[in-house]
Design a protein around this ligand. Structure first.
Ligand code: C2O
Ligand code: CU
Length: 580
């Protein structure tokens, strides 16, 4: 052990041009500490064995400042499971091992070990994000909000802000759900049993304990920025606040032009900030109430679930009733608005460098459908991808010169329509501008169709819309005329119908991406069940030289599972500082 560490240290000192290696012993103070445990935890009036961050779900809110390096130490205090933390929506492209995607860009943190993530939100990235485990089904509970604050005042005025994180409750444990989904005797996880707001919910039926609805407290007349975070495992939700209108000002970390709306539709992985102006005392007197329900309904699932939280106006004499679940719901039960915000939402900045059609160098169509044979899996261009597929993380193999990106690129271009089936990657070269189309098709057996919130790690994409049927590039280009596509990191592939015939096109979602950040980036559906069932892809940006040019040489301590970049109770890790 000793020998290995000295060797790793020497490697770092000799080779690092950019990032020096520092032993993070007891004199090193991380900026934030997250401890991941697995324990019995109560949510929605039920007990479940869950993965938690700092003892709760959600874990603590992290606040980072644009442009500043934050060292976030993640302890894996679980006895028998790996973990990682992914900073959902942040680009991590100059800290090569800090994206938190196991099997793609880092070895996971073994039980009893810890890892120091170097996270520097880019200038201009102020906004709403979250962090979550990227291993198995852990993210159903192992997560928390992550807010990036700007150095300058935000472009919109508000008096205060509130975070509203939305998640799902499943009674089966992560292990039960994972093994059911991946076994030859396929067993579905079941549907979500409760929608939680900041970890709280009281289901309409079967609630016997003391669990309460979440309260979002406001004061009369003040203006609020509500940061909604779609941290569900499965649920695509619609949300509205009784007697209050909302104005969207941010989507996935990008300020937008104000967009007035009565409701939000949020897929897993998406975030919105909205402005809400609190009513005056006079207005509250007129309606004779101080509590207004936030009504949340699941969309596009066989069962419709409606749960609530409370927007509560503070006062000395009144506390909110958080145990009564209204029945019937105070608002009409929502249904899906297909293509909500598509072609309509606009960036706040005049020019967000949207790539015009003339700049697109390559179009990649990704056909997605489910296949039911010995197992039930989701395929992209005929292949599934799960965390257990690669023997070691791609990025590690690239640094070790064991993955030849030139060869994968050649194969993908000459015979794979952009996909290399040997490595199951989509390789791209720096400078390319990709148009990526997710094309939904009916299941191979009964023609079923699902909705999928597709998420990109690394650089955000420009969302160029979606529609029913088969993607038609010419028609969409016409549709885009006069619009100003926004950048996002998650957007929803709608399903348009419950079923069609086998492999028949049933909806598409299209993105444009400038390939600028060398690295290995997961693009995947953010539904945790679908990820387990193979609905994930790996994009590699750049060749080995680009990746090395960006990071400089890296220490051997990152290149083995439990290597010396990972600390434990008896040894401090040797950590490269890539960004300072
Ligand atoms: Cu929040 Cu790979 O995702
Ligand atoms: Cu999906």
């Amino acid at each position: 052990m000793h020998g290995i560490r000295i060797c790793a240290l020497l490697l770092g000192l000799v080779s690092a041009t950019r990032g020096s290696t520092v032993r993070h012993d007891h004199s090193f103070q991380p900026d934030h500490i997250l401890r991941v445990t697995a324990e019995t935890y109560t949510e929605a009036c039920s007990e479940r064995y869950s993965v938690l961050v700092n003892g709760s779900s959600p874990g603590p809110e992290l606040r980072l400042r644009e442009g500043e390096v934050n060292w976030i130490r993640v302890y894996n205090d679980m006895p028998d499971a790996n973990t990682t933390i992914h900073w959902h929506g942040l680009t991590a492209f100059t800290s090569p091992f800090s994206d938190g995607a196991p099997a793609a860009s880092q070895w996971p943190i073994p039980p009893g070990h810890f890892f120091d993530y170097e996270v520097r939100p880019e200038a201009g990235s102020a906004g709403t994000y979250f962090y979550h485990s990227h291993v198995g089904f852990q993210a159903v509970t192992a997560k928390g909000s992550l807010i990036v604050d700007s150095r300058s005042p935000p472009p919109y005025h508000y008096d205060e802000e509130r975070t509203v994180m939305i998640s799902d409750y499943f009674s089966e444990t992560d292990d039960e759900i994972e093994s059911g989904l991946t076994s030859t005797n396929f067993t579905w996880s079941g549907e979500t049993e409760a929608i939680l707001v900041n970890g709280h919910s009281r289901p309409a039926t079967n609630a016997t304990g003391a669990c309460k609805l979440a309260a979002i407290s406001v004061e009369p007349r003040k203006s609020y920025r509500l940061r909604f975070i779609g941290a569900t495992a499965l649920s695509f939700i619609s949300l509205a606040v009784e007697s209050h209108d909302l104005q969207i000002i941010e989507a996935d970390g990008h300020y937008t032009k104000p967009f007035a709306t009565e409701f939000l539709q949020i897929g897993s992985g998406q975030r919105y900030s909205v402005l809400l102006t609190a009513k005056s005392e006079d207005e509250l007197k007129k309606v004779n109430k101080r509590d207004f329900y936030i009504q949340i309904t699941t969309l596009e699932r066989p069962e419709v679930l409606t749960n609530f939280a409370v927007l509560h106006y503070e006062s000395d004499t009144h506390s909110p009733d958080l145990t009564t679940v209204p029945s019937p719901p105070p608002l009409p039960v929502a249904s899906t608005v297909q293509g909500w915000l598509d072609y309509e939402l606009e960036p706040l900045v005049q020019d967000n460098h949207f790539p015009r059609l003339e700049e697109v160098t390559r179009r990649i169509i990704i056909d997605v459908h489910q296949n039911v044979s010995d197992r039930t899996i989701w395929l992209q261009n005929g292949y599934d991808w799960v965390q257990s597929y690669p023997k070691s993380p791609y990025l590690v193999d690239i640094y070790k010169n064991q993955l030849n990106l030139d060869a994968t690129y050649h194969r993908a271009i000459t015979r794979g329509n952009g996909f290399d089936n040997i490595t199951r990657t989509f390789p791209a070269q720096i400078g390319e501008v990709l148009e990526i189309v997710w094309q939904n098709r009916g299941t191979v057996d009964n023609g079923g169709v699902d909705a999928h919130p597709f998420h990109a790690h690394g650089r955000h994409f420009y969302d160029i819309g979606g529609g029913d049927g088969l993607y038609n590039a010419t028609a969409n280009e016409n549709h885009l005329k006069g619009t100003h596509p926004v950048q996002r990191d998650t957007s929803v592939l709608y399903r348009y119908r419950k079923e069609t015939s086998q492999l028949v096109p049933s909806g598409w979602r299209a993105w444009r991406i400038r390939v600028t950040s060398a690295g290995v980036w997961m693009y995947h559906c953010h539904v945790l069940q679908h990820m387990e069932m193979g609905m994930q892809t790996v994009f590699t940006f750049g060749d080995r030289e680009d990746i090395l040019a960006q990071s400089g040489p890296v220490d051997g301590g990152y290149l083995t599972y439990g290597g010396s970049a990972y600390g434990n109770a008896t040894s401090a890790p040797f950590v490269q500082h890539f960004k300072q």
